[in-house]
Write a protein that binds this ligand. Sequence first.
Ligand SMILES: [Fe+2]
Ligand SMILES: [Fe+2]
Length: 273
Amino acid sequence: MRKIIVITDIHLRSAGRDIIGLYPLKQLEKALIHVKKAHPDAEHLILMGDLTHSGHTEEFEMLKAAVKGYPIPITYMLGNHDKRNSFIKTFPKIPLASTGHLQTRIELGNDVLLCLDTLNGPPYPENQHNGILCKDRLDWLNKELDKSINKRVSLFMHHPPHNIGFPGMDKIKLKNSSDLFKIISQHSNICHIFTGHVHRTISGHTNGVGFSIFKSTCHQTPMALDADDSSLSVPEPAAYGIILFDDQSIIAHTEDYEIAIQSSSTSLDAMPD
Ligand SMILES: [Fe+2]
Ligand SMILES: [Fe+2]
C-alpha cells in the first residue's frame, strides 16, 4: 500500500494570537511531530489550504520555519483564508501552474492526485469565503485529465463542491460546482474528492464519486445541522488524514492524534468480561 498524509486548515496566526484559546502554530507542531513519528513511510504530505488565518506574509513565514527540513515531501494548497501573492512571496521556489495558480499533479504509481487552487481572488473581497475554479483552472484540470486516461484520479481541493448539510458552510462551498461536476461526469476515472474547509470529519458520495473531508489541526466546527453561521468553532481534538492506495481501493483514515496521545492502547483480550 502507498500512503500519503493530509493536514488541513492550519490557520496560522502571528505570534501570541490564538483562535478560541488554541495556538495554531503549537497545534501544527503537534501534528507534524505525530506524523513524523507514526508515518515515516508516508510518501507525501499535502497541506490542503487555510494555511494561514489572514493570508499575511508573516504567517506564511511561520509555516516555512515550521516545516523546514521536514523529511516528507510537501505539496501546498490554498484556502479562502490565504492570499496567493503572500504565499508566492514567501515560497518563490514552489512551482505554479502555467496559469499562475497553485495547482499540482502528484503521481503515485497508478494513481494521479490533482491538487486544485479554489481560492477566490485576487481581489479578495471581505467576508467572501466561497471557492471558485475559473476557466483557466478548469482548463488546467482538463489537460491533466487528458494525460491521465489510464490512471485512477483523486481530486484534492480546499472547498467542497457539494453541500454537507450545515447551511452556513453550504453557502461558502465551491461557487461554480456545476462546472466541476460536468468535468467529473466526462471522466469515469475520477474516483474520489478530498477537501478541507469544514473543520470536521465527513464522508459521502456526490455526482458519482466518493468524498472525504478532514478536521483542522486547530479549531473544529460543532455538530449543528441547523446552523446558518459558518464561523461557529469548538476546541474539539484535532486530526489529520491518512490516505492509503492499493490496487483495489482508496482508503481514507482520520487520525485523531490528540485523543490518541491522551489514551494508551489496551488489548480487549486482556480486559475482564
Ligand atoms: Fe479553515
Ligand atoms: Fe476554508
